[in-house]
Design a protein around this ligand. Structure first.
Ligand code: SF4
Length: 215
């Protein structure tokens, strides 16, 4: 098996055996709640975001609510997610944008989503894939690390990594690949101590090749 696409498909099949039902671990009930949760998740764990949104969404959960919220109240509620001033400002601006330009509904394309204040490509891809069922390769810290360790790309730029991964994975598996790589990064191929001894894709991994002397 030599082709990069063939290898990529095999990697997904193997990852699926150990992570059979990978899903987004953020709690949400609507596309708007997911958008807010993804904004809050920058540099923060999904677990912490879920703790914060449990209280937050009980009181505020529509674009109207957040467009009109007192910024200090929002900062207080999301404080523990970190970068709370930026995140609060972005959530309020994005909510106002959704009201003014999209009639109160979260837009359902990546291009439109990225026009919202504070919404970058990663956030747009996650919302498009998870809330609207689209195929997208959102590149977060786990996906970026895995893509480099396995050897699909050598870059720390998310847009370069996204391009490389969407070139090797079939389009109808982009969202699945995104979830599988995140789960593998979170539970096996950890940032500091990757557990290569229990990794089922080590034979395809450049990093493993370099530490085992294979490569
Ligand atoms: S072999 Fe190690 S570095 Fe490579 S993907 Fe598996 S856990 Fe990560």
């Amino acid at each position: 098996m030599n082709g990069k696409k063939e290898v990529a498909g095999e990697i997904l099949d193997r990852l699926k055996l150990i992570h059979p039902a990978p899903v987004c671990e953020l709690d949400f009930r609507t596309p708007f709640e997911l958008l807010v949760a993804v904004i809050l998740s920058a540099q923060c764990t999904d677990k912490r975001v879920n703790e914060v949104t449990k209280t937050l969404f009980a009181k505020y959960d529509t674009p109207e609510d957040f467009a009109n919220i007192d910024v200090h109240e929002l900062e207080r509620l999301i404080f523990s997610c970190g970068f709370y001033k930026n995140k609060a400002a972005n959530i309020i601006k994005a909510s106002t944008d959704i009201l003014v330009r999209f009639g109160g509904r979260v837009p359902s394309t990546v291009d439109e989503l990225t026009t919202l204040a504070g919404v970058g490509r990663k956030t747009a891809n996650v919302v498009y894939a998870v809330a609207f069922g689209g195929q997208a390769m959102a590149v977060d810290t786990h996906v970026l690390r895995l893509a480099n360790r396995i050897g699909f790309v050598k870059s720390d730029k998310p847009e370069v990594v996204e391009k490389a991964l969407t070139a090797v994975f079939p389009e109808d598996r982009w969202t699945e690949a995104h979830h599988l790589l995140i789960h593998h990064g979170r539970y096996v191929c950890k940032a500091r101590n990757p557990e290569c001894n229990k990794c089922t894709i080590c034979e395809y991994c450049d990093y493993y090749g370099s530490i085992s002397g294979r490569g």
